[in-house]
Ligand binder design. Structure first.
Ligand SMILES: CC(C)(COP(=O)(O)OP(=O)(O)OC[C@H]1O[C@@H](n2cnc3c(N)ncnc32)[C@H](O)[C@@H]1OP(=O)(O)O)[C@@H](O)C(=O)NCCC(=O)NCCS
Length: 168
């Protein structure tokens, strides 16, 4: 089932990106390049790891795209990947974990919001009923971004993680 046709979008600075599905066969090198352009802080907030080397030593483990269980949306410009949003579908068929990443040079241009809104729309079309997300507590920006979109957050008992949830 095709849940997503490529879309051309305009960022806050007037530049264009294409939002499309990740292609496991053709996009790995560009995905690794995107990871190289992320700061340690961005990697921490997305992967809870500060080193790109660990991710790049086994990129396929961090960039799994299992047909039927993962939906990965990427933002591309001229062959370069600028960001991604993904839904990892749980076996119950109703729940998916959401995450999003925008590489540092392109943060603050509205791309994270675009990727998030587009992934939420794709989740609805995939029949997802409940979205969950795990973030480090210092990640105020994503808590605010998702809070505006109806996610509610609670802190884990040990205080290490914020868990968010949205019923679609
Ligand atoms: C969170 C993230 C995806 C946001 O992407 P982005 O493209 O910068 O987001 P946007 O430009 O759409 O801005 C989203 C909000 O953050 C705010 N924001 C963006 N850059 C900011 C900055 N440098 N400082 C403070 N706020 C900022 C924007 O004002 C906007 O708020 P608004 O909706 O009230 O205007 C991006 O910062 C990122 O990849 N962070 C690291 C990975 C991560 O945290 N992932 C989430 C874990 S699942």
């Amino acid at each position: 089932m095709s849940v997503f046709a490529p879309q051309r979008m305009v960022l806050r600075d007037g530049s264009e990106v294409i939002l499309r599905c990740f292609r496991p066969e053709g996009d790995m090198a560009s995905w690794c390049e995107m990871i190289r352009s992320c700061s340690r802080e961005t990697l921490w907030r997305r992967f809870e790891l500060r080193s790109a080397d660990i991710i790049l030593s086994r990129p396929r483990d961090f960039c799994k795209c299992e047909p039927g269980s993962d939906f990965i949306l990427v933002a591309e410009r001229e062959g370069k990947l600028l960001g991604e949003a993904r839904l990892c579908l749980f076996p119950d068929g109703e729940t998916a974990e959401f995450c999003v990443l925008v590489a540092d040079p392109w943060q603050g241009l509205g791309l994270g919001s675009l990727l998030t809104d587009t992934a939420l729309e794709a989740a609805r079309r995939l029949g997802v009923r409940r979205l969950v997300v795990e973030v480090v507590p210092e990640n105020v920006r994503i808590v605010r971004l998702l809070g505006k979109r109806g996610f509610s957050f609670r802190r884990d008992p040990d205080g290490r993680i914020f868990r968010g949830e949205k019923i679609l």
